[in-house]
Design a protein around this ligand. Structure first.
Ligand SMILES: [Zn+2]
Length: 198
């Protein structure tokens, strides 16, 4: 087969159909993967890779919530979000006037979305919901601690969302969320939608 030259002709490059039914896709799914889907697959591969490199070796079946938390902490080294330590003069400032030596971490929003994707991927790969380590209570508690800690350290009121407003997508809040979501760390900027809070 002759390939046409210069053929970067992806028909659906920019536009993603708004609705990707998260339902059970039995048999063949012909539709091209959405950004969420491809991100989810990438995340899943990353996690399996992490398990493979784990010492001592760790299988998916033996993976617990504690291991998931370990994984999230491991990801912090690739983070791009400055999280001020309590001794830092910029602690609690949204826009610090100068650089400081505080560590970069994964933003809470990134981790939260990541866990949502991995949780779904686990069950799509024949994992049983009741043993899903990504849905473990410990993981939820950890994420909450990260959220609260980063809210204090970075002066960002994550609680904002909980005010008595209808559950429409708040656009002015999303601009603030954009700072929160990590652009880097191997993951793309595909963290568009927040995961469902459970
Ligand atoms: Zn600092």
């Amino acid at each position: 087969m002759d390939s046409t030259s210069g053929g970067a002709s992806d028909p659906n490059a920019g536009e993603v159909p708004s609705e990707t039914g998260g339902g059970s896709a039995e048999g063949s799914s012909v539709a091209p993967p959405s950004r969420y889907e491809s991100q989810k697959r990438r995340d899943w591969k990353t996690f399996l890779q992490y398990l493979r490199n784990h010492k001592p070796p760790l299988t998916l079946a033996r993976c617990s919530g504690a291991h998931v938390i370990e994984f999230l902490k491991y990801l912090d080294q690739f983070g791009k979000t400055k999280v001020h330590q309590s001794g830092c003069a910029h602690f609690g400032l949204t826009n610090p006037p100068a650089p400081c030596a505080c560590p970069l971490k994964q933003a809470w929003g990134s981790l939260d979305a990541l866990i949502g994707r991995l949780r779904a991927a686990y069950e799509e790969n024949d994992g049983r919901p009741e043993s899903n380590p990504f849905g473990a209570r410990a993981v939820r508690i950890y994420l909450r601690e990260v959220r609260d800690g980063q809210a204090k350290a970075r002066g960002i009121p994550y609680e904002k969302k909980k005010r008595k407003r209808p559950a429409t997508a708040t656009e002015n809040a999303s601009s603030e969320m954009a700072q929160v979501v990590d652009g880097g760390g191997g993951s793309s900027d595909a963290v568009a939608s927040t995961t469902t809070s459970v």
